[in-house]
Design a protein around this ligand. Sequence first.
Ligand SMILES: C[S@@+](CC[C@H](N)C(=O)[O-])C[C@H]1O[C@@H](n2cnc3c(N)ncnc32)[C@H](O)[C@@H]1O
Length: 218
Amino acid sequence: MNQGAAERMKGAAVKVTMLLFVSLAGAFQAVGQQRAPRARARPARAPDVLFVPTPPETVAEMLCLADIRDGDVLYDLGSGDGRIPIAAAERYGIRAVGIDIDPKMVAAARENARRAGVAERVSFLQEDLYKADISEATIVTLYLSDGLNLLLRPKLLRELRSGTRIISHDFRMGDWKPERSVRVNWRNLYRTIYVWTIPAHGRVQGRKNNRGVLHQPR
Ligand SMILES: C[S@@+](CC[C@H](N)C(=O)[O-])C[C@H]1O[C@@H](n2cnc3c(N)ncnc32)[C@H](O)[C@@H]1O
């Protein structure tokens, strides 16, 4: 097997691992819900993807690739336990916002921020990431799926200012080519981080259709 094929298999193995984890998490969650149907707060609707954490080394590299400067505001869309906004506030001193549809994840993230001593700079909102106001973000981080990223793309291009950096763990954005993709070793596999920048309006090499979708020449 050539090196390219081996590397593609490694990347595929990470995605299969994540899908298995998500399926198992869903099964366990379903069992838990059967045992205690009214014991816990429920999301307004089912999350599009369940909580799977980004490993710490990958969080660190995502923040490094975000090229953080004074005054930046980071939004993590689907923030889980809050690790990315909390790390941004702890290590770079910036303000950060996490958005998650699951009230249990929002409560856990708030508690984690309080314990880390960054609750004043970090906030967590229980909202649907597709409906939330994200216009103040200058950095957006994602760990969702290829399909969910693609659904999100028109909103990112419509609502974010030019120069805003988008950093996605493991998932791409359809035919919008990332300007950087970086691999981070993880066990005997790797994670991939993709980076895009919202283009200056009218200066992009490509065109936007009337839904704000960017078409780039292939
Ligand atoms: C794979 S986890 C990523 C967590 C965190 N960003 C990280 O990288 O460690 C995805 C998170 O997205 C949340 N989520 C799924 N669908 C959502 C939606 N429509 N709106 C907001 N959050 C959502 C889930 O509850 C889950 O916590």
